[in-house]
Design a protein around this ligand. Structure first.
Ligand SMILES: [Zn+2]
Length: 163
């Protein structure tokens, strides 16, 4: 029988509404709520700590060739989910709740809602029934799937332009 090391979760409070959970073995970090949010509520304001012209694994795309490193920085630990509960509104610079969110839930956003074509694609393990498996950005997903999601205006514009 294979012995499995138990991973431990280290939690650090990073804001009045969230904490980072870090897995001691994988060192994966995720952001979890410490308060409740209602559908449509603004969770946080964000802005660019830095603006880059190409994406990396931490950036959020806000326009054509415009990718930001997030401020506040802890928002970068919001992982991808195929059944997201938050949305980065890159026009109004607010993170909003896509549904009611309970205390202790992991915050996840749909990467293709802001990312056209990601620097590194990955195989999703979000465990949602709706999991799309491989995530590489909006450019790599069929329109009938994309349109089920709330998308950034710059992604919608890009979809129109490649039609
Ligand atoms: Zn998934």
């Amino acid at each position: 029988m294979e012995t499995k090391k138990n991973s431990m979760i280290e939690k650090s409070i990073v804001s009045p509404f969230a904490e980072i959970w870090e897995d001691s073995i994988s060192q994966n970090k995720s952001l979890y709520t410490t308060v409740k949010f209602e559908h449509g509520q603004v969770i946080a304001n964000f802005g660019p700590k830095e603006i880059l012209d190409s994406p990396n694994y931490l950036t959020v795309q806000v326009g054509d060739n415009k990718h930001i490193m997030l401020a506040p920085e802890f928002l970068q630990y919001i992982n991808h989910g195929c059944d997201p509960n938050v949305f980065f509104d890159t026009d109004n610079w607010v993170l909003i709740a896509l549904r009611n969110i309970e205390i202790g839930e992991e915050l996840r956003f749909f990467y293709p809602s802001t990312e056209w074509s990601m620097d590194q694609g990955f195989d999703c393990t979000c465990q949602s029934e709706k999991c799309l498996q491989n995530i590489q950005g909006a450019a790599h997903l069929p329109l009938n799937i994309l349109t089920k999601y709330k998308l950034s205006n710059h992604i919608v514009a890009k979809l129109e332009s490649v039609k």
